[in-house]
Design a protein around this ligand. Structure first.
Ligand code: PA5
Length: 448
């Protein structure tokens, strides 16, 4: 098997090679601190060795639950938000046939996500669909108390119980949560749901390789063993014994940090394959929550290309010069599609006839990269040999490791997210949640 490749050659006009390599010692020390648990947030470092520590027993248990559910249902509704949602969503979108559900040839239940918003219309329309579907629920919440998924679960649990009866519903609900704490754990124990544990030392955004990601993905038909194997191989490649030059996570962290120091405050993750849209959403949470604190951090943004070249392309080319761009490029696509010859050639496309669509896409990718570099946007290129669970496993672990190193280069705690509490406090005060009486008074006064 190959490894994903990191190409930094198009950043050196913006951040000198010396500046990047000057970070060698710091990046290596950061990597060591992650492994030796000597840095900030060291009680949340379970993810560092997660791929190699997943046991055969856990994988078999997940696969056996998934196989049972697969026989019973056509749809699995996965309820969760943030780190309890984005990893599974990213991998299933990347790995599945985009139109399998519409084609009606799903090889596994179709995954639908809920609890990642509070939209009344979204959930109502979902329930109308579920009225006529055989479905199961996977509810995922580490804290077990997050409002959005808790509301969605309350509503969908009631729907399922009414539809199939409480006894059958119990067999169709799987909960992924803390080992002992939280409302979801209490509920799961009382109701007798099948449960999986999210380890204490793994935060939400680093949890895709725990049951948080693996349970829904196995139900959705993803080869989770290959996902884990890819992550495991990347864990080896980014080990402390791997020096700076051969550790892609350390190099990526150093490159983006050097660019940040040179004034590039926004990193755009770009793909040329729409299936990677949610990988970028996962990446944005990973980097945004890990780095954006204490008035510091690169703002993570994303674009789907070439679509967004017809919208965001203008800004990237000529707007404020505070951008860097990281492109995820897929080496070999999974299908063959040639552009046909047309006798009339009214669209003047015959010069492309006989060419693969991917050839055109790759030329768009190269042309875009050169245009953006010429326009003042440094370019980091990450090539994944194929879009497959194995390489997604590599890629996700690579991003996680680089994120940990980046946080330490930035001298923040990359494993907390104190800022996400602010909206919750206001929302609870406005909703007049018991215990928030004082805040309710204050916030209502502000609203007048
Ligand atoms: O990264 C994080 O910790 C957050 O995004 C959480 O994953 C998110 O808030 C959901 O939390 P929970 O799993 O406790 O419901």
């Amino acid at each position: 098997m190959d490894f994903i490749k990191l190409d930094l050659s198009k950043i050196f006009g913006f951040a000198d090679r010396d500046k990047v390599y000057a970070l060698k010692r710091k990046a290596e020390a950061a990597n060591k601190a992650l492994h030796e648990k000597t840095g900030k947030g060291n009680d949340f470092l379970g993810w560092v060795t997660l791929p190699s520590s997943i046991t055969e027993e856990v994988l078999q248990d997940i696969e056996s639950t998934a196989n049972k559910i697969k026989e019973e249902v056509d749809v699995v509704v996965v309820i969760g938000i943030g780190g309890s949602y984005l990893g599974a969503k990213a991998v299933i979108e990347a790995c599945s046939d985009t139109f399998a559900y519409l084609k009606g040839n799903n090889k596994a239940p179709h995954l639908i996500f809920a609890g990642q918003n509070i939209g009344e219309d979204y959930l109502s329309e979902l329930m109308e669909l579920l009225d006529n579907k055989r479905y199961a629920l996977v509810v995922i919440s580490k804290s077990g108390t997050t409002t959005e998924p808790a509301i969605a679960f309350r509503i969908l649990k009631e729907h399922l119980e009414k539809k199939v009866g409480a006894d059958k519903a119990r067999d169709l609900i799987v909960a992924v949560t803390d080992e002992s704490k939280g409302a979801l754990r209490t509920l799961a124990t009382q109701k007798g749901y099948k449960t999986y544990v999210i380890p204490d030392d793994v935060g939400g955004r680093f949890s895709v390789l725990t049951p948080v990601g693996l349970v829904p993905l196995a139900m959705g038909g993803v080869d989770i063993r290959n996902l884990v194997r890819g992550a495991c191989d990347m864990e080896d490649k980014c080990a402390v014994s791997s020096d700076f030059e051969s550790n892609p996570a350390a190099l990526y962290a150093a490159a983006r940090f050097a660019l940040y120091q040179s004034g590039k405050k926004i990193e755009i993750l770009a793909n040329f394959e729409n299936k990677l849209h949610f990988l970028a959403e996962w990446w944005k949470q990973l980097y945004g929550e890990s780095e954006g604190k204490e008035g510091k951090g690169i703002f993570p943004a994303s674009v789907d290309l070439t679509a967004d070249l017809h919208s965001m392309g203008q800004y990237i080319q000529e707007g404020e010069r505070i951008l860097m761009e990281t492109v995820i490029s897929i080496g070999k696509v999974n299908h063959d599609l040639l552009i046909p010859k047309d006798a009339d050639n009214l669209d003047s496309l015959n010069y492309l006839s006989g060419k693969h669509l991917d050839y055109v896409n790759k030329m768009a990718e190269t042309g875009t990269m050169l245009a953006h570099v010429d326009g003042g946007v440094p370019n980091i290129r990450i090539v994944i040999p194929e879009n497959s669970p194995y390489y997604l496993g590599q890629l996700m672990y690579f991003f996680e490791k680089a994120c940990g190193i980046s946080g330490y280069l930035l001298e923040v705690n990359p494993f907390d997210q104190p800022g996400v509490e602010a909206y919750k406090k206001n929302m609870f005060a406005l909703l007049e949640k018991p215990g928030f009486e004082e805040q309710t008074k204050k916030i209502k006064a502000r609203m007048q």
